[in-house]
Design a binder for this molecule. Structure first.
Ligand code: ATP
Ligand code: MG
Length: 174
């Protein structure tokens, strides 16, 4: 019944649970698995910085960039902002690569070999919906929360938007 499962991950604890469930379902159904991580750009949340550091990524330029841009006089920080944006994008891209590789290894260790790994840029919900359509997935698995800062919400904006607009069934893992 399930042939093509999409799991979208930002490496958060909830997304890790989503990965585990997606891998388990894929192995039981003999389904193919698409693993997607979206590089969303913008500033890194505290959780994203912590995760990047845990994974051994050098985030010193990001941390320094915050100090430099905060201290820069008005009108001056255009170049500094560009450096800061570049360094956050680099950290996010490195993190996405690590997250995807780990998820792929996790899938292989559970006998799921038909795996396609994708990293996309831009708005995560939009990218997830587009990949679900392009890859013809019949199930999307994601976490209820991610690396975002607003911990009081029950559901993050990405999982909310995807579950409302998805072309197929969704599981939101708590
Ligand atoms: P918000 O981003 O609205 O501040 P949040 O980060 O807590 O809140 P979401 O971003 O909605 O919550 O994350 C819920 C789930 O959506 C994650 O567990 C993950 O499965 C998926 N997700 C979120 N961001 C990404 C991303 N950049 N790439 C891939 N999947 C993502
Ligand atoms: Mg988020």
């Amino acid at each position: 019944m399930l042939k093509n499962i999409l799991v979208s991950t930002d490496g958060s604890a909830h997304a890790k649970k989503a990965e585990a469930l997606a891998i388990d379902i894929a192995s039981k159904y003999g389904a193919a698995l698409v693993i997607l991580s979206v590089i969303e750009g913008g500033a890194l949340s505290e959780d994203a910085k912590r995760l990047a550091q845990q994974k051994g990524i050098d985030i010193s330029a990001v941390l320094a960039g915050i100090d430099i841009t905060a201290a820069a006089p008005e009108g001056a920080p255009i170049v500094l902002h560009a450096e800061y944006t570049l360094s956050t994008a680099r950290v996010q891209a490195e993190l996405a690569e690590i997250i995807i590789t780990e998820a792929k290894e996790h899938a292989a260790s559970h006998g799921v070999e038909r795996v396609r790994c994708l990293t996309e840029g831009g708005d995560p919900a939009g990218a997830i919906l587009k990949v679900a359509e392009n890859e013809n997935t019949d199930l999307i698995v994601m976490g209820s929360r991610g690396l975002g800062a607003l911990k009081s919400l029950l559901m993050g904006s990405v999982s909310q938007k995807v579950s409302h607009l998805a072309p197929c069934s969704c599981i939101t893992v708590k």
